[in-house]
Design a protein around this ligand. Structure first.
Ligand code: PAF
Length: 257
């Protein structure tokens, strides 16, 4: 049975008891709308730890577009059922006041990598991500936390934040999960039309097969796909596009990386 905990105050005795018993704790932070990409993170945590906690919190501070925040899918009953099926030990389901008791007066800011790629197009996005992850780590106190390679820049920044602030959590990185048509799994894919879905598959294929970032951009634009960026960094080729008004990101390792 998955036990739901809603506040930092009620989580503390649970965490203390696990500590007393010497039980290891893995953590998968999410914004819900769980899909097989999340399942793979959760399964890795279940395999590597005695207990696993998944959080669901649609973090308002990482959305720079109010419509994106409003339309973000929130299928809580489906998510709860999935966590039960997977035999996840705990669901942490906080509200805004639990996460931001200071009403967002304090935040974590990063001044280099967070300004590039997605950060250049979503001002403040990564400050919101780092701030919520820092707060969640401090509440949950996990030994290990699991992040997908799909959000590669996010993974990179969280790994570096943990190092910079001497946080005692091991960051585990998990591979991208793709549908048979090559589209990287994302909660936002549910918002695509049938034609949009076909273009999303083209996006995945062109990103992988293109000879260079500029060739990828040209091929995408030839299909009327709006391109935010295509760049190479961290040994990977990364891109963000907008299809059907839905922002999609993806990345692939560079050959030889
Ligand atoms: O990757 C996500 O779903 C979110 O950015 C995270 C890490 C849960 C923080 O809100």
């Amino acid at each position: 049975m998955t036990t739901t905990v809603e506040t930092a105050r009620t989580w503390k005795p649970v965490r203390d008891e696990l500590e007393r018993k010497g039980v290891s704790l893995g953590f998968v932070p999410t914004m819900g709308a769980l899909h097989p990409g999340h399942t793979s993170l959760i399964e890795q945590s279940l395999a590597e730890n005695n207990r696993t906690v998944v959080s669901i919190f649609v973090n308002p501070t990482q959305f720079n577009d109010p419509t994106d925040l409003q339309t973000y899918p929130r299928p809580l009953d489906h998510d709860r059922a999935l966590l039960e099926d997977l035999k996840v030990d705990y669901l942490f389901l906080p509200d805004r006041d639990t996460i931001y008791p200071d009403d967002c007066r304090f935040e974590v800011t990063e001044n280099e990598v967070s300004k590039l790629l997605c950060g250049a197009h979503r001002p403040g996005h990564f400050d919101g991500v780092l701030s919520v992850v820092m707060r969640l780590f401090n509440i949950i106190q996990p030994q290990r936390a699991y992040f997908g390679e799909k959000d590669y820049q996010q993974y990179q920044l969280i790994k570096e934040m943990v190092k910079a602030f001497f946080l005692g959590v091991e960051i585990r990185r998990c591979p991208i999960v793709r549908d048979p048509d090559g589209v990287a799994l994302s909660s936002r894919n549910a918002l695509l039309s049938a034609d949009g879905r076909t273009l999303a598959a083209e996006f995945a294929r062109i990103l992988k097969d293109g000879d260079s970032p500029s060739a990828v951009r040209t091929a995408l634009e030839a299909r009327n796909i709006e391109v935010e960026y295509v760049e190479e960094m961290f040994g990977r080729r990364l891109a963000a596009v907008v299809i059907d008004g839905v922002r999609l990101i993806d990345n692939v390792p560079l050959v030889g990386s």
